[in-house]
Write a protein that binds this ligand. Structure first.
Ligand code: BEZ
Ligand code: FE
Length: 306
């Protein structure tokens, strides 16, 4: 990608031209009265900001075409197993920002201080993971790397609590997924059976859940596409800190989409998709004398009322 365009080299130190200011107003004014109300709110702002960027950086036609090609390529690379356009928004911090806005709007008028914070869903969630009894392992021994992964086996347990009353919530569903120690989710990895490292757990009468999984491993976001290429052009690293994803839901409560992050990981302050939050950092403790789990973590989720 030729980043410096001929037009910019030629421009040198000459004074910045003025670009027709009425163009922006004309585009905004072209919206008709029957347009959807929320679009009527979003589109003028989008046009205003996009035009401002073009004027500010003196965007050339060749540069516009590079941006168009980047988005086209994201579309071509996306499948039902991979969402490259979402990945592009992730490395630009947009999913993280939309996630913060959504949770603050949903919680407006109520105190957010005691609820577990949300974090981005990311592109690797799959619905319909198997519903398993508490205490089950989601790590299949049929996995190519199972023997090497044994030192990472971890028992993760805790309770699901109501933000308002602090009481445990029975029958909540804790949906969990994580990448393998090779940094790949099962749908990216031929060495893992279908739905490996995924499961749903129902809390018991005391609001408790218990999962055997792995202490998570940091991994790079997929680099073999346009989002990865952009990271390279920006001289950025692609790593996500070691994390476990959760969706926690219960009747009468707001669904929580979140992640917990291993506080010992070197990338917790430097996530390629800007999703970490201090309240979501956790410490895995060594567990002695249990072959099924060498690490243990106790973590409670607190849900706000719907
Ligand atoms: C993930 O954690 O699975 C993820 C989130 C955003 C972009 C890429 C991966
Ligand atoms: Fe992830």
């Amino acid at each position: 990608m030729a980043i410096m365009e001929k037009e910019h080299e030629m421009k040198g130190d000459t004074e910045k031209p003025e670009y027709s200011p009425e163009l922006t107003d004309n585009v905004i004014a072209a919206t008709g009265p029957k347009a959807h109300p929320r679009l009527k709110q979003i589109m003028p702002s989008l046009v205003q900001h996009l035009h401002a960027i073009c004027r500010e950086v003196d965007l050339t036609v060749a540069e516009l075409m590079m941006g168009v090609e980047l988005i086209n390529e994201c579309g071509r690379k996306s499948t039902d197993k991979r969402n490259e356009t979402l990945l592009l928004s992730d490395i630009l911090g947009i999913e993280s920002l939309a996630d913060e806005i959504t949770s603050k709007l949903l919680l407006s008028g109520t105190s957010t201080s005691d609820a577990t914070p949300s974090a981005v869903l990311g592109p690797f969630y799959r619905a319909d993971a198997p519903l398993l009894p508490n205490g089950s392992s989601i790590v299949s021994p049929q996995t190519g790397w199972y023997e090497q992964a044994k030192p990472l086996l971890a028992n993760v347990s805790g309770r699901v609590l109501s933000k308002t009353t602090g009481k445990p919530i029975p029958d909540a569903i804790v949906d969990v997924w994580l990448a393998g120690p090779n940094g790949l989710y099962e749908q990216q990895d031929d060495e893992q059976p279908d739905m490996n490292l995924r499961g749903r757990f129902r809390t018991d009468a005391l609001g408790r859940y218990e999962i055997v999984c792995l202490r998570p491993t940091p991994y790079p976001v997929p680099l073999d596409g346009p989002a990865g290429r952009l990271l390279g052009l920006l001289d950025r690293h692609p790593y996500r800190p070691a994390h476990i994803h959760f969706i926690v839901g219960a009747e009468g409560y707001r669904r929580l989409v979140t992640q917990i992050f291993d506080e010992e990981d070197g990338h917790v302050k430097d996530d390629a998709v800007f999703a970490t939050k201090d309240e979501l950092l956790v410490k895995f403790e060594r567990r002695e004398g249990d072959e099924r789990a060498r690490w243990s973590l106790v973590y409670d989720f607190t849900l706000g009322e719907a």
